[in-house]
Design a protein around this ligand. Sequence first.
Ligand SMILES: Nc1ncnc2c1ncn2[C@@H]1O[C@H](COP(=O)(O)OP(=O)(O)OP(=O)(O)O)[C@@H](O)[C@H]1O
Ligand SMILES: [Mg+2]
Length: 297
Amino acid sequence: MYNAFFGFAQNPFNMSPDPAFLFRSSQHEEALANLIYGVQSRKGFVVLSGEVGTGKTTMLECLRDFLTAQQIAFASLFNSRLTVEQFFELLAYDLDLRCNRLSKTEVLLSLNNMLLERAAAGRTTVLIVDEAHNLEWDVMEEIRLLGNLENRRGKLLQIVLSGQQELDRKLEAPEFRQLKQRIALRCTLHGFDPAAAAAYINSRMARAGLRNQTVISPQLIEEIHFRSQGIPRLINAICDNLLLTAFALEIHTATVEMLDEVTADMRLDYPGPRAFHPEPAYSERVLRQSKVPHRAD
Ligand SMILES: Nc1ncnc2c1ncn2[C@@H]1O[C@H](COP(=O)(O)OP(=O)(O)OP(=O)(O)O)[C@@H](O)[C@H]1O
Ligand SMILES: [Mg+2]
């Protein structure tokens, strides 16, 4: 709506996990390097965790782009509220297994053959599970068993699990002890620090067509960082609504009064003078409560 007014070619603060807008902060760079290294070196299990809205799905999108470019076969599950049967059906569908996809036995046989063939040809196969904190215990157990498949040279299936911090807590539970032991690499995403938040906002605006932007001043960016706790999804929602407000008032520079209005409408419970420790689902809760129109993921 406001793109032409500010001179953007496209929306700078879209809520979708689009790798075209990837900002390579050091933690995101490290997370992606870990995912790629874990998969390429056939480490078995790799876990990516982090607070709500910190960029996990965006990292998985980047990993998928990498795998596609390298012609590495992968199955990618984004809805983790699955039964065991649905899990195997989706796995077979994604890996294009030619078998009765409704039969777990057939899927397992077909998958085993495929993995052995691919491994013999020196090729890697990957399973990516996003929102893994939602996985039921029995599905998690099936995934652990798939991670056990190996030949002499290493694991046949590389498994990437990504999820909110409950995933870390789940993996600490006694019933997941065996799975936890098999995790070769783990990384966690956090909110940005002030410098990274500023670079993030400026990079998204530059990517959308506005280099050296003067719409959101460095001081206002600091305040946005403070109120969002550096969480990318919240930064996007605040900036998007801020630009919308400035546009509605036909003003080219956002002000702290506009920011107050936006964060009040979002019911943003940002820290006061006391130390503020948002709970893990903080950004999700804020966005759900918000009455301000924002683009859904
Ligand atoms: N490094 C980054 N570069 C560009 N945009 C990012 C980055 N990290 C996060 N974002 C943006 O932040 C928003 C939230 O990211 P994403 O959906 O990947 O988070 P998430 O950790 O998967 O959240 P959830 O826990 O809700 O699944 C998206 O709009 C995404 O584009
Ligand atoms: Mg996600």
